[in-house]
Structures are given as C-alpha cells and as structure tokens.
Ligand binder design. Sequence first.
Ligand code: NAD
Ligand code: UFG
Length: 339
Amino acid sequence: MKTILLAGGAGYIGSHTAVELISSGYDVVIADNYSNSCPEAVKRIEEITGKSVKAYEVDIKDKAKLETVFKENKLDAVIHFAGLKAVGESVAKPVLYYRNNIDTTLTLLECMQEYGVKNIIFSSSATVYGEENPVPYTEQMQRGTCTNPYGWTKVMMEQILEDAAKADKELSVVLLRYFNPIGAHESGKIGEDPQGIPNNLMPYVAQVAVGRREKLTIFGNDYDTPDGTCRRDYIHVVDLAKGHVKAIDYVLSHDGVEIFNLGTGTPYSVTEIVDTFEKVNDMKINHVYGDRRPGDLPESYANADKALNVLGWKTEKTLADMCRDTWNWQKNNPNGYNK
Ligand code: NAD
Ligand code: UFG
C-alpha cells in the first residue's frame, strides 16, 4: 500500500482529500500545526472512513520535527496543502505569508531530498494567472501579475518546485491550480470552518444561513458580466479531492513537472450562488449590494480539458449539490468543529 504525506491535511481541502485517498486504497499520514484547523477534523476523517489515521502536530517549517515524520514513515509522495490563504491578511502581513508559505515548501523539499521521496503535489491556485490572461485559463499561459502577497507566494512556490525538478530528473511534481472550492462531504461531518469573519463567499453565505452573520454584502454589481456581479469557477470540494487521487496516480508514474487546472470550466455569478443556495435549501439569504472589493477580477474560470485528457478527471457535482452540501455541513455544525 502506498503512503501519502498530507502536509496541512487537517484543513478544508486536505481533510476531504484524505477521505478520498483512503477510500481509494492509499494510506495517509497527516502533518499539521492546526493553525487553521483542529484535531477534531482528523477524528471526523476516521469516522467517515472507519480507518485510523496517523497524525502529527508539527509545524512544517520545523525541519527537526518534520524529519521525525519522514523517519517514522515510508512515504511514497507528499501533497503540500500547508499554507496561509487569506488574501486580505496577506496584504497586511506579507512577511508572515512569505515566511510560512515559502519555508514550508523548502523544508518539505529538503526532507524529501534527504529521505529519497520523489513525488510531490502542490496546492496552487488560479490566482497565478494574474490580471493579464484572458478567461478561460489554460495551463500553458504564462503566470501573470498577482494583486497580493498570497498570490505571489503561489507563483514563487511553483517556480521553486519547477527548479527543483529541473535539477533532479527523478523528481515528479504536479502543480494543481484550484479554482473556487466550496461544498462539503455529503456526510456533513467535515467542511470548511474559517476562523473569524469569513473572507470567502460560500462560508459567508452559510454563516448568514445559520444566523451567525446578519447579512451578506455582494461586492459590486457593476462589472462587465451578464448580471453585473463577478463570476467564478466554483468546484465541489469532493470533486477536487478526487482530482488529487488522479493526480497521485499520475505523479507516482511520471517524472518532471505537470500543471493541471482543477475547475469545472463553468462560471457562476455571485447572484447565481445566492439564488441557488436559497432555492435548494428553501430559505432566504439576507443580502445587500456594496462596493467592489479591491483586487477582485470580474471573471475567473478554467479550461478543464487537460485534466480530463491526461488524468481522466472531470467534475461530477452540480452547483445545487455544492449549495446543499455546504448547508448540510453548516446546519450540523453551526459553530464549525468547536461544537
Ligand atoms: P486550510 O487553511 O483549511 O488548510 C491549510 C492547512 O495547513 C491548515 O490545516 C493549517 O493548519 C495548515 N498549515 C498552515 N501552515 C502550516 C505550517 N506551517 N505547518 C503545518 N501546517 C500548516 O486551507 P484549504 O482551503 O484547505 O487550502 C489548502 C491549500 O490549498 C492552501 O495551500 C491554499 O492556499 C490552497 N488553495 C486554497 C483555495 C481555497 O479557496 N480554499 C484556493 C486555491 C488554493
Ligand atoms: N464575495 C462577495 N461577498 C463576500 C465574499 C465574496 O460578494 O462576502 C464575492 C467576491 O467579490 C467574488 C466572489 O464572491 O466576486 C468570490 O469571492 P471569494 O473570496 O470566495 O473567492 P475569490 O475568487 O476572490 O478567491 C479565491 C480564493 C483565493 C484564490 C482565488 C483565485 O479564496 O485563495 O480564489 O484562485 F486566490
């Protein structure tokens, strides 16, 4: 059985990926400092899968501690989810973001080198396409200009991983560029649990639905889009997690660097999200229109052909599924994991 290290595996995407990997016959080891997650998420993964999961509380930047994980486990591949991801916070605290995101990547690569682990998948983002590229984004486009330090860390980490693969011909790197993951596992046991006021649309909508926030502000309705609100490529987190299983199969059997967009290829507007959430969950989401949010692009969506052609992966879930599963998670866990 192949063993995969999930760095940052207790987080939103990591926990869903752990479930899908275990269900596909992989063994997983989680390493997380719980800076944006909690051990309860690991328990929930165990509840869903019926398997016990080895988890280490470790800061990935702490090489001595991370080495213990590499010493104690025969790892076949690493998936690197561990990072800070709040765009606004990255503008206020750029040094924290560069230190955490770049250092975790370098420390992982050093340990991989020392312990002979040759396969890594990296959680990148559509944000690397920057402001210049036209939608839909294809993987061969040049990385663009980012509007914030978070985005730049992703650009830099992609470059670091590409350079590492150039120098070590046995290294296999897959860069997964996620679009907008939303939704939750259908069990309602794991989901997105942001700390404080959510930055992202869907967790904000879910918290309005559960009564934790009074109303949603829709940031701008004067964009050059069909209904004036921004359009994004929302992807169900379980579809995204299944994309990681396909990417693991790929990374284990190839060398060099490959980039894949993980999106649906279909954009939806903010208004369509709110309308669909209201319809499938039979409720009203109190909302108002406000100013544009600085740095937002009118549209961001994938050309998802490459993942289909090379990995044989495509999304299966609908926007209605995403809205239903988000609410199922939120209503079962009104305060997230801190019940
Ligand atoms: P998340 O915050 O839920 O998960 C990240 C996990 O990494 C958390 O459990 C956190 O505790 C852990 N972590 C952070 N720094 C660490 C460190 N130094 N040592 C150990 N653990 C550390 O976020 P997520 O939504 O699951 O995102 C996972 C990855 O995907 C991130 O790299 C993120 O930037 C990227 N990504 C996310 C989105 C999105 O919209 N959610 C979009 C594009 C890319
Ligand atoms: N939005 C609102 N009100 C809110 C929150 C969001 O109207 O309270 C709008 C935004 O203006 C945007 C859309 O909802 O038009 C989506 O916003 P999100 O913050 O959910 O997502 P983004 O597309 O801005 O950002 C996401 C990730 C980033 C990543 C980026 C590109 O959060 O990490 O996609 O991949 F960099």
